[in-house]
Design a protein. Structure first.
Length: 182
């Protein structure tokens, strides 16, 4: 149980930090870039940071999540609808998390979990009409809160489940037997 607290807690903290910096960054970006693009770039930045966290937890190189993030960055410039971009971002997040980083469980289970989490987090955020408001900041935090459920569903562990901790006395006995056998 100790291993699953790190991704859950870190996802919640990442969501809280993203929600807190959403408002000031959104105001700055909205003054420099037109609104739909500014929101999409900001969401891309939050997901890029989360992708770095995901690759670290899964012990994958950063290059493993680079292609989905690059495609999402291109989509930010091409897609004019914030709702369409949000669901494209959910697809890329699902690809990074279930397709690249944590692909140990069956495809059916991962697909069902990603679909449920995607709809559960995408619909409220899309309905909130994210702009530079407190509602948008809360929507970003809610998005990452719901995404933390992925690690609750699959009970992600940092160490392999096949590793068994030995009793210290058993370990000492095995070491003594090895010394005596040599």
């Amino acid at each position: 149980m100790k291993g699953i607290a790190k991704p859950i807690r870190s996802t919640i903290v990442w969501g809280l930090l993203s929600g807190l910096i959403y408002l000031p960054l959104s105001l700055i970006l909205n003054s420099m870039v037109p609104w739909p693009l500014s929101f999409q770039l900001l969401l891309w930045a939050f997901l890029a940071g989360y992708g770095v966290l995901l690759s670290g937890w899964a012990s994958k190189p950063l290059a493993a999540v680079a292609l989905p993030l690059l495609l999402l960055l291109f989509a930010a410039f091409l897609i004019q609808s914030t709702t369409a971009f949000l669901f494209a971002a959910l697809g890329m997040l699902s690809w990074m998390r279930s397709g690249i980083c944590f692909n140990q469980t069956s495809v059916i289970k991962r697909f069902i979990a990603e679909t449920g989490l995607g709809l559960g987090s995408g619909l409220p955020v899309a309905a909130a009409v994210p702009a530079a408001t407190l509602t948008g900041a809360l929507g970003v935090w809610l998005f990452f809160l719901i995404q933390a459920l992925y690690f609750v569903v699959f009970e992600y562990r940092n160490d392999p489940a096949t590793r068994v901790e030995l009793d210290p006395f058993e370990r000492a006995k095995m070491a003594a037997e090895q010394i005596l056998s040599n």
